[in-house]
Design a protein around this ligand. Structure first.
Ligand code: HPA
Ligand code: ZN
Length: 354
């Protein structure tokens, strides 16, 4: 029975709009990248490596979660690696009927004196383009600033974003579309990065922001004041009903990552996750992987977790279709994808009754 349900969820057309490229690397690929670059890892088999490249359920905080990435970054400072992980992400998405993925990463974490921030983004776009040709899943890129980075480094990332931003992208041509802010939210408040969001707004660059993933609602207030079009995680939203009302009124979608939130202890456990409360309150939500490699999950698993929280299959199918309305794409491209999702979701649901 359970397998049947997974089959239906697999068949649903889906999007993943909160997906860190650097958190989505297959463990087997980590091993191969290290061998090619002659980087020493703490283990030389996939099984041996797993405890070092995945986050254990005993993880206590977002900070501890983010520390796991440190082993992966040195392997991504190379164009062949970046192109490969982008290509493999598209392959993994296509396997579970994710039709569009917005891959985000911080190019400054991957640059070197020989591999510029622009070239990091170009390598990712190349992998995404190739992935689309081979597997049919379309994609976009979101450039992340990092909270612990100084203004100089974040300015470099922002300039890359400005140079490479393509507002009129078509589905078939992966492009840089938006700004995000990632990293240790508990230590670095969002208001310190306000000027980047103000500049993005002036330039017509789409914006999202990790906010309310760790304690409190202050960063959510700031993100809304900065006119973000989407919110990453937003777990603490329900603590302030005024904010809830505003998000509902402005129709700002929250990019949910259920397993990620459980793993970073943003919520104490699965049953405490507020996704269904958001939904009942009228907050638009989308389901996403966040870091499929580091967490060891896929998006279909996230839909299963949502079922466990009490969403119905029909509600999940509607969430998947509605997610196309929130893509950072021109309206005509979003509408194209929506039409396709509507017919494919209908077909997937008919499987249930077959
Ligand atoms: N929060 C902040 N930064 C991140 C995350 C996250 O969940 N995943 C990868 N970088
Ligand atoms: Zn994230």
């Amino acid at each position: 029975m359970k397998t049947m349900m997974r089959d239906i969820l697999l068949a649903l057309p889906k999007t993943d709009i909160h997906c860190h490229l650097d958190g989505s690397v297959r463990p087997a690929t980590v091993l191969e990248l290290a061998r090619r670059l002659k980087v020493k890892l703490p283990a030389d088999t996939v099984e041996g490596l797993l405890p070092f490249v995945t986050v254990a359920p005993t993880c206590r905080s977002l900070k501890e979660f983010l520390d796991v990435f440190e082993l992966i970054y040195p392997l991504l400072r190379d164009p062949v690696s970046v192109e490969r992980i982008a290509y493999e992400l598209v392959e993994d998405c296509a396997k579970e009927n994710i039709r569009h993925v917005e891959a985000r990463f911080a190019p400054v974490l991957q640059e070197t004196s020989k591999f510029s921030s622009d070239q990091v983004v170009e390598a990712a776009l190349k992998g995404l383009r190739k992935g689309f040709k081979d597997f049919g899943t379309t994609s976009s890129v979101i450039v992340c600033l990092i909270r612990s980075h100084g203004p100089k480094e974040n300015r470099r990332a922002f300039e890359t974003l400005k140079r490479m931003f393509r507002p009129q992208s078509r589905l078939e041509e992966p492009a840089v579309v938006a700004l995000d802010l990632a990293g240790d939210e508990a230590r670095y408040p969002t208001r310190d990065y306000a000027s980047f969001y103000e500049e993005a707004k002036r330039l017509g660059i789409w914006t999202t922001c990790h906010a309310g993933e760790t304690k409190g609602t202050e960063n959510l207030r700031t993100a809304l004041d900065l006119c973000v079009q989407r919110i990453g995680h937003g777990i603490h939203l329900m603590e302030d009903q005024k904010l809830v009302a505003e998000v509902v009124r402005r129709k700002i979608p929250v990019e949910i990552g259920i397993s990620s939130n459980v793993r970073t202890k943003s919520v104490p456990d699965l049953k405490s996750h507020p996704a269904l409360d958001f939904h009942k309150a009228g907050v638009p939500i989308t389901l996403n992987t966040d870091d499929r490699g580091i967490i060891g999950i896929d998006l279909t698993h996230e839909y299963e977790e949502a079922l466990a929280l009490g969403f119905t299959l029909e509600e999940l199918a509607k969430l998947a279709v509605d997610s196309t309305d929130h893509l950072f794409l021109p309206a005509d491209q979003r509408a194209r994808l929506r039409r396709r999702f509507e017919s494919e979701a209908r077909a997937a649901l008919q499987k249930e009754n077959a």
